[in-house]
Design a protein around this ligand. Structure first.
Ligand code: UGA
Length: 445
C-alpha cells in the first residue's frame, strides 16, 4: 500500500511530463521526473527547461530548490523510491502510417513494472488509441516481480502548450479510468487540491478514459475545420468569417473558442491524434468517425495549400527568386514547438518553389532551424520584411499586432500582406497603403 502522502515518479519529461511533475510538486508531493535523455534530465535538475513554456521554468526552479522535485535518468531508482508512477512519454505518429507509435509507452510501462520493489500504482497519461491500456495490463502482469502488486489506471491529460502550467494546476476536469476502490482513493489524494476547488471528477472504465482524450482533440479539430469550410463560403459570397464566428460564438451551445478560421491546426497533438483515431476506429470497424475525421484532416491540410496559392498569386503566378517575409514559425503562439507547424510547412513549400523565404518568430527560431536548417531566419519583424515582395503572417503572436504598418511599408518592395490567421487590424493596414488579404474575409484591398 503506497505511503501517505504517496511519492510520485513521472516517466518522460517532455511538455506533458515536466509540467505534470512540477504541478505535483506544487501540490505538495515529492516527485522524481525520469527522462532517458541525460541532457534533458541535467538541464531540468538545474531548473532549466529545454523548451519554451511560460511559467514552467519558475515552477520547476521553485521545487528543485525546495527539494520536492528532482530529475534523473535512473528509472529503476525513481520507481523504487515512489508509489504512484505517471507514464508521460510520447506517442508520435508512425512513419508512413496514421497509427500511433506505442513503443515508448510500452517500454516505459514494462520498465516501471519490472522495477517495482513494492506495490505500485501505474497511471497512464499519454494519449493512446483505445484498447492500449488493456494491453498494457498484460505487459505489467508479465513484468512485475513476484510478491509485488501493480495496478494500471488511465488518467488522460488535457493541457495546452503555452498554457500548460495553469491547465495542469486548475484543469477543467479530471478523468480516471479503470480504478479500483483503492486506486480511486489514491487518485483523490493526488488530486486533492484541484478537487477541493470543485474540479469535476469523471470516474469511468479504461476504454472511456482513453477515448475521452482523443474525442476532445477530435472535436476541437472538427470545430477548426468546420469554420475553415465556412470561411470558403464566406469568401466566395463576400461575407466575413470573423464576424460570423463572433455571432456563432454568442450561442453558448457553440462557443467562440476554436472558431478562428485561417491556416488551420498543427502541433504535436491534434493532427496525429485525429489520424490515430481514424486508424484505430477503422481497425475496430467503426467507420463513421474515421470518415468524418478524414474530411477534417483534408480540409485542414488544404488551408496550407490555399495560403501557398495566395502567395503565388500575389507574386504574379511564380515565387521564383521573389522575397517572402514570414512572420511566425511555431505551430501556435506562446510555444517554440514546431512539430507539424502549418507556418513552417508553408514557408518550406515556398522555399521549394524557389522563393527567398526569410522567417521571424519570437521564440521558435532555434527549433525551426533544427527542423529546416536550409531556410533563412531573421531576428526581427523588420529584418524579415526587408525587401519583401509579399509578407505572410502565419502564427498570431501578440507582437505582430504591435507592428506599425506605416513604418513597415518603408522596408518592403511591395506592400502586400497575407494574414493567414485573420489576426491584424485590416483597416489600419489598408489606411497605411497595404494590400491585406485574410482567409474567409471580404477585407481584401
Ligand atoms: C491540444 C488541445 O487543445 C489540448 O487540450 C490537448 O491536451 C493537447 O492538444 C494534447 O493532446 O496534448 P495544443 O496542441 O497545445 O493542445 O494546441 P491547441 O491550442 O489546441 O491548438 C492546436 C492548433 O489549432 C494550433 O495550430 C492552433 O493554431 C490551431 N487553432 C486553434 C486554429 O487554427 N483555430 C482556432 O480557432 C484554434
Amino acid at each position: 500500500i503506497p505511503a501517505t502522502p504517496p511519492r510520485i515518479s513521472v516517466i518522460g519529461t517532455g511538455y506533458l511530463g515536466a509540467t505534470h511533475a512540477a504541478a505535483m510538486a506544487e501540490m505538495g508531493f515529492e516527485v522524481i521526473g525520469v527522462d532517458s535523455d541525460p541532457l534533458k534530465a541535467a538541464a531540468l535538475s538545474e531548473g532549466r527547461v529545454p523548451f519554451f513554456e511560460p511559467g514552467l521554468p519558475e515552477l520547476i526552479l521553485k521545487h528543485v530548490s525546495s527539494g520536492r522535485l528532482r530529475f534523473t535518468t535512473d528509472l529503476a531508482d525513481a520507481v523504487a523510491l515512489s508509489d504512484v508512477h505517471f507514464i508521460c512519454v510520447g506517442t508520435p505518429q508512425q512513419r508512413g502510417s496514421n497509427a500511433a507509435n506505442l513503443s515508448y509507452v510500452e517500454d516505459a510501462t514494462a520498465s516501471v513494472a519490472r522495477s517495482l520493489t513494492h506495490d505500485g500504482l501505474i497511471v497512464g497519461k499519454s494519449t493512446v488509441p483505445v484498447g492500449t491500456a488493456q494491453r498494457l495490463r498484460s505487459i505489467i502482469a508479465a513484468s512485475t516481480p513476484v510478491g509485488v502488486a501493480a495496478e494500471l489506471i488511465w488518467n488522460p491529460e488535457f493541457l495546452r502548450e503555452g498554457k500548460a502550467v495553469a491547465d495542469t494546476l486548475t484543469p477543467d476536469r479530471i478523468v480516471i479510468g479503470g480504478v479500483t476502490a483503492r486506486s480511486e482513493a489514491i487518485m483523490r489524494e493526488v488530486y486533492a487540491m484541484p478537487l477541493a476547488t470543485g474540479t469535476p471528477l469523471v470516474v469511468c472504465d479504461l476504454a472511456t478514459a482513453e477515448l475521452v482524450k482523443v474525442s476532445a482533440n477530435a472535436f476541437l479539430a472538427t470545430k477548426i475545420s468546420f469554420i475553415n469550410a465556412i470561411a470558403e463560403v464566406c469568401e466566395v459570397a463576400g461575407a466575413d468569417v470573423s464576424v460570423l464566428a463572433d455571432a456563432l460564438g454568442h450561442d453558448v451551445r457553440i462557443g467562440r473558442q476554436f472558431l478562428n478560421a485561417g491556416l488551420g491546426f498543427g502541433g504535436g497533438c491534434l493532427p496525429k491524434d485525429i489520424r490515430a483515431l481514424i486508424h484505430r476506429s477503422r481497425e475496430l470497424g467503426a467507420t463513421k468517425v474515421a470518415d468524418l475525421l478524414q474530411q477534417v484532416d483534408e480540409i485542414n491540410m488544404s488551408q496550407r495549400l490555399s495560403v501557398i496559392d495566395r502567395a503565388l498569386e500575389a507574386c504574379g503566378g511564380s515565387v521564383l527568386n521573389r522575397r517572402i517575409g514570414v512572420l511566425g514559425a511555431a505551430f501556435k503562439p506562446l510555444t517554440d514547438d514546431v512539430r507539424d507547424s502549418p507556418a513552417l510547412n508553408v514557408a518550406a513549400a515556398l522555399h521549394l518553389r524557389g522563393a527567398q523565404v526569410v522567417i521571424y518568430d519570437p521564440e521558435a527560431i532555434a527549433t525551426a532551424q533544427q527542423m529546416f536548417p536550409t531556410l533563412t531566419y531573421a531576428d526581427s519583424v523588420e529584418e524579415a520584411a526587408n525587401g519583401s515582395d509579399v509578407l505572410l503572417l502565419l502564427t498570431e503572436w501578440d507582437e505582430f499586432r504591435e507592428i506599425d504598418p506605416v513604418e513597415l511599408k518603408k522596408r518592403v518592395v511591395m506592400p502586400v500582406i497575407i494574414d493567414a490567421r485573420n489576426y491584424l487590424d485590416a483597416p489600419r493596414w489598408v489606411e497605411a497603403g497595404w494590400s491585406i488579404t485574410g482567409l474567409g474575409s471580404n477585407t481584401k484591398s
